[in-house]
Design a protein around this ligand. Structure first.
Ligand SMILES: *[C@@H]1O[C@H](CO)[C@@H](O)[C@H](O)[C@H]1NC(C)=O
Ligand SMILES: *[C@@H]1O[C@H](CO)[C@@H](O)[C@H](O)[C@H]1NC(C)=O
Length: 377
């Protein structure tokens, strides 16, 4: 009797105490899966496939500095928050930046980075992004909440244009002024505002346009449409084309404005090792392309697979999207688009512009409270 008792299965109390814990474990694994499945099914956001067949292999620059923060200085620390674009007036030595608080600030760097004067110059009431000096000493400003603005040298703000072909701009982004006075600029999206730009990228549809504004006729013209987040823009020194960055596609395109190719578009550089923002010509044979993020496995998968962008959108709505940006910096190419150098850092994200001024590279960003300055040698 006692032997058969020993051989019998464990008594019922022990058994029933095991069961709930197994159920709890199962539930804790299944519940999030079920929740995500339900959320996914009911999520109306519908990302599109991107033309990934147009993406070439990633290029690399012969010169690399992957630790730029080690030698960088902070200019205007605490006084310029989110200085997206950095424009330099060689005549006065003033650096203009457009900040997150709506101010276009005038920055004068002294003997050292610490010796910097910052002046709140003009507040657009929006969020100034791309900046370019005009021919009459004015500053042309892309404000995604306002449109294309003319800020006269006396600080008067005038709206130049905020729509084309009956479609309003929603994300006026990058600007360059040609020597004949024509203003070339981009509207990154007619669908999403600046505050919603991540949704444009996650959706993966081409909502952007390349435009021009003629100050003589006050006419706005659409030069190219169906672009994937057209961002920064620069003129070639001989005025034969403009180069604009198509952020989502990791490339810069060229739109010919003069000569026999006028009106044609081709790729200036593709397969950039990151997502381009602003581009600037330095007057010395090189373009500087800011990369808001380097390539990461998560972005790479997201670009390839709409369902991952949809999952990221759900997390974005829940405020739980993991940080996917890293290795941000600036990529230098020559006048033919051949890579020269790549300056970046694993710790950097959302660097939005690179401007070579003298022996320094000045970098703007969407969120840092300073301009990063790097000695180029
Ligand atoms: C901007 O405004 C100033 C002052 O009125 C003017 O001199 C300049 O030509 C304007 N620029 C453009 C592009 O309209
Ligand atoms: C303008 O510059 C580009 C790039 O350097 C060059 O390929 C092109 O031939 C030049 N065009 C003219 C008309 O000089």
């Amino acid at each position: 009797m006692s032997a058969s008792r020993t051989d019998s299965p464990p008594p019922p109390p022990t058994r029933s105490s095991l069961k709930p814990s197994l159920v709890v474990t199962l539930l804790s694994v299944l519940a999030p899966i079920v929740a995500v499945t339900v959320l996914y099914r009911h999520e109306p956001f519908d990302p599109a496939p991107l033309p990934i067949h147009e993406l070439p292999g990633t290029v690399a620059a012969p010169m690399q500095n992957g630790r730029v923060l080690r030698g960088a200085e902070m200019v205007g620390a605490g006084r310029v928050v989110g200085p997206e674009d950095v424009e330099h007036d060689p005549a006065s030595g003033v650096i203009y930046v457009g900040c997150a608080d709506g101010w276009v600030k005038r920055v004068k760097v002294g003997e050292s980075a610490g010796d910097t004067a910052v002046e709140d110059w003009v507040n657009t009431g929006g969020r100034p992004l791309g900046l370019a000096l005009g021919r009459d000493g004015e500053l042309i400003v892309c404000d995604p909440y306002k449109g294309l603005l003319n800020v006269s040298k006396h600080g008067m703000v005038e709206l130049l244009t905020d729509e084309a072909e009956g479609v309003k701009f929603k994300l006026t982004d990058g600007v360059a002024v040609a020597s004949d006075g024509t203003i070339y600029f981009t509207d990154a999206s007619y669908k999403y505002t600046f505050g919603e730009f991540i949704w444009d990228i996650l959706e993966g549809r081409p909502h952007g346009r390349l435009l021009s504004y003629d100050p003589a006729t006050k006419e706005t013209q659409v030069l190219a449409r169906d672009l994937y987040f057209p961002n920064g823009i620069a003129l070639s020194p001989n005025q034969s084309f403009v180069i604009f960055c198509e952020t989502i596609m990791r490339r810069c395109k060229r739109y010919y404005i003069n000569g026999e190719r006028k009106g044609h578009i081709d790729t200036f550089i593709g397969g950039l090792p990151g997502y381009p923002d602003n581009i600037r010509y330095d007057g010395e044979g090189h373009y500087w392309i800011a990369l808001s993020s380097g390539i990461s496995v998560s972005w790479d998968l997201a670009i390839k697979h709409p369902f991952i962008r949809k999952a990221a959108a759900i997390l974005e709505r829940l405020n739980r999207r993991p940080a996917m940006e890293k290795d941000s910096g600036v990529f230098q190419v020559d006048s033919e688009g051949k890579p020269v150098a790549h300056y970046y850092d694993p710790q950097l994200s959302l660097i939005s512009s690179g401007n070579k001024i003298g022996d320094y590279l000045y970098c703007g960003s969407l969120h840092y409270p300073h301009i990063l300055r790097l000695k180029l040698d």
